[in-house]
Write a protein that binds this ligand. Structure first.
Ligand code: NCD
Length: 320
């Protein structure tokens, strides 16, 4: 069980076998996290730095908890109080932190590609916690684990991803992962929020919720990402909710046992009806949060195995 690459920058470079091995290991961490004593020493002696250049609740908290439960020394760099505000570039900040010899660097950044660029400049393992509209690999992995635990499998399901697809790294990483798992993918969005060129992912496109949800096993809702919109993409939130918000009536078109997902943070009454979000028989939104910690533990565990192996080889080289 291992990753081929030193970093986790996206789902794009993972094989189906690598994805399944993360899910298998994460299942074991779910068991650990449900114990009273949640401590392991898998990352003992290693230093993890979390650099979040964009707001985050779930992702940052779960990366921090994941590192602490595995015994790493975890530091959260507070960007608001850092020299970034004095004009330091991303690369200079990264090089400064790199000089402090972290082993794992968790990075979220508003620009697509920024995390890949940073990874090319440092010599620790970098985990992408979301870069612009590009990728959010640990979100897609935690979504896959949630789906697999609810449905008993991840392959060949009908999954409908609904809402602001154009601005969503969550949608992009999920499309890549679920495509690798041979799922039947449907995208439902108003034409203004459907990104151009998305047909290349091999999915069916809809602008009508009832048609798109017909027979779906999984209904994945997305947040309207206003911070990435530079203009009017929707007539009004009320109108958007009427046409695209998930309510009981629209959900009745999906399979009777379809699960409802949302990566959070959610806007109740805009993307999703509050009662559906809280319905423990349909919604797995809280399970997604729980799986987030376990998946991040699994990813950091696998990357740390590579680091140790690489350093072991280098040490043997020095001795020879
Ligand atoms: C998502 C993100 O930041 O991309 N949130 C998350 O990580 N749980 C989705 C979003 O912000 O809408």
């Amino acid at each position: 069980m291992s990753f081929r690459a030193r970093h986790l920058l996206g789902i794009e470079h993972l094989s189906p076998a690598e994805i399944l091995s993360v899910l298998d290991l994460a299942d074991r961490y779910v068991d650990l996290n449900r114990r009273t004593v949640k401590q392991s020493d898998v990352l003992a002696g290693l230093t993890q730095i979390n650099m979040f250049f964009e707001n985050s609740t779930r992702t940052q908290a779960s990366f921090e908890l994941a590192g602490k439960r595995l015994g790493a020394d975890v530091m959260n760099m507070s960007v608001a109080q850092s020299s970034v505000k004095k004009g330091e570039t991303l690369i200079d900040t990264a090089m400064t932190l790199n000089a402090m010899r972290p082993d794992l660097l968790v990075v979220r950044h508003p620009s697509s590609g920024a995390v890949n660029l940073l990874a090319s400049k440092v010599n620790c393992a970098v985990l992408n916690a979301g870069d612009g509209r590009h990728e959010h690999p640990t979100q897609a992995l935690l979504d896959a684990l949630t789906i697999r635990r609810a449905k008993g499998r991840i392959q060949r399901l009908t999954v409908a991803i609904c809402g602001d697809i154009a601005h969503s790294r969550v949608a992009r990483s999920n499309l890549i992962l679920l495509g690798k798992m041979e799922c039947n993918l449907r995208l439902i969005a108003p034409p203004t929020l459907m990104p151009p060129g998305v047909e290349g992912f091999g999915c069916e496109l809809y602008d009508d919720m009832k048609k798109g949800l017909k027979g779906a096993d999984v209904v994945m809702m997305l947040r309207l990402q206003k911070e990435r919109m530079d203009g009017g993409f929707i007539p009004s939130e009320r109108e958007y909710y009427h046409r695209y918000g998930l309510d009981a009536e629209k959900l009745s078109f999906a399979k009777p046992d379809a699960i409802v997902m949302h990566p959070g943070p959610m806007n109740r009454g805009v993307e999703i009806d509050g009662e559906i979000a809280d319905d423990i028989n349909r919604s797995v939104i809280q399970e997604q949060v729980e799986m987030g910690v376990a998946v991040r533990m699994a990813c950091m565990d696998l990357l740390a195995r590579n680091l140790r192996a690489e350093r072991g080889r280098a040490a043997v080289g020095v001795m020879v």
